[in-house]
Design a protein around this ligand. Structure first.
Ligand SMILES: [Zn+2]
Length: 110
């Protein structure tokens, strides 16, 4: 899947976006402030990791600072990893909830 990371020029928030064609690029908005001035960034993490690799390498015992949660893909990894360890299938509804939770707006209320 052609998912690219874009940094918002207004607030600096980095979010991953699925870009299938050039017209998608122009419709992108920041998920934090809804600004439209985004620039493509190279991932601060290894560039071509799959969700599964990310999950495997994620270590819940490591200290997680604010920067960890600035990457909105990391939210929910803990729950996914625990579920995987216990052999649970969280199902599509969980993933949907997770996607909704992957926003700074919700994190700010924690
Ligand atoms: Zn923004």
């Amino acid at each position: 899947m052609p998912i690219y990371e874009y940094e918002c020029k207004e607030c600096g928030f980095i979010s991953g976006h699925l870009v299938m064609k050039p017209s998608d690029r122009r419709k992108l908005t920041c998920r934090s402030c809804e600004g439209k001035k985004l620039r493509k960034v190279m991932s601060r993490f290894a560039a071509h990791k799959t969700e599964a690799q990310r999950l495997d390498e994620y270590e819940p015992r490591n200290a997680r600072g604010d920067s960890f949660y600035k990457d909105d893909r990391n939210i929910g990894l803990w729950a996914q990893k625990r579920a995987k360890e216990m052999g649970m299938d969280l199902g599509d509804s969980f993933k949907e909830t997770l996607e909704k939770g992957r926003s700074r707006k919700i994190l700010d209320n924690l």
